[in-house]
Ligand binder design. Sequence first.
Ligand SMILES: [Zn+2]
Length: 455
Amino acid sequence: MRQKLIKHIIAPLWSIKDGCYYFNFLNEFEKSQYLPREVIVETQFNKLKSMVKYAYKYCEFYKRKYSEYSFDPDSLKDLSDIKKVPVLTKEEIQTFKMQMVSSECDVNKLIPDMTGGSTGSPLHYYYDERMLGIRRAITIRHDRWSGWDIGKPVAYLWAAHRDTDIFKGIKIYLRNVLLERTYILNTSNIGKDDLREFTDLLKKKRIQYIIGYASSLYLYAKYIAGINDKEVRPKAIISTAEGLDDMQQVFIENTFKCKVFNRYGCRELNLIASECDKHEGLHINSECLFLEVNNVDADDQLGEIILSDLCNNAMPFIRYRIKDMGILYEKECSCGRGLPLIKSINGRATDFIITPRGKLVSGPSVTITVIAKTPGLIQGQIIQDKINHLIFRAVVDDSFEIEGKKFVRNKFIEYFGNDMIVDFDIVDKIDSESSGKYRFSISHVIDEELLNNYK
Ligand SMILES: [Zn+2]
């Protein structure tokens, strides 16, 4: 009853009040997901062609870059021409950020956002109100594939944003009680008591859907298996923000006796792809993104993912090298959706860091606040070699020495307590793992045994 009231009355009214008409986009995307594959791909090409022309006309960066490469936006005739469009690197976005913003937009009216990203480098970008509605609608559509629907409560294993503004805090509280019904276990600092409380909450509120960072879901499954609790039985779990390996997925599914819906996304481009209830691959968010896999190896088809944003005119990302790997899956999914599939993602991985007082801090929680905001930081990585010692390995510029170090020290006290010692290791570059994965946080102290006994 309450769920239906929220879905059919409160949520639509609230969306009008917000001036963010995501319901219209949601209705559109619910239909377009079932269009035939050829129609979807053709629409994507047309949107991409328009975006390239738009960027060339209104964004100083693209005008200059395409001229330097002697690339003519009018030369795009079909999909095979897309390889002519020069790729965009993360370094270019970092260097030319403001020149990438459309001259049609008033930058003060845009929504600024930032990420620590998949490679440990801070990235700042903008989008507009319309884009906010699109992003929201897409997330709701893909969440629905798990069986969740608007108005049903959901629990997150996530980095909670601290809001110190009381008025804003009340507004967010009301919105949550009346509309969103989300409950968060803050992964910035997880103690055994927090896991117990979270478990009680799931039971008390009868929450049947859990969304979380892959590593946090795995930790929670370890906890539930450790205490042998057979009452926590969600209907579905959505794993996102980090690569989920097969071993972790099987363990989570066996512990909770439900399916894990794998999701691939990043903050700068929102939701990229996710599984439907057939689990035959991850459906790409093709209304908003064009995904290519480059340098395909003939044997396993694995290649580098290149992404183009088809909707964000305010600051277009065209042929962006996100530095993830994947395999495009040619077949159609038996669910009937025409949205193309990607087979697997060689995603990112982070370790938890354990504090001297025995709390766990998840890697992605720290990336969002530390990597994205540290002055003078170009790339960073946390290595824990002892229970009370961290090394912050960093590629930096001149402003890091005073402002950046101070910022990191303060943030680390907040996350890890003042009994954690931090040393800096300033380097020219940070190598990826031999698997090609970049790891933001590596702990030599945490092992499976510790997780098995975290109860
Ligand atoms: Zn499907």
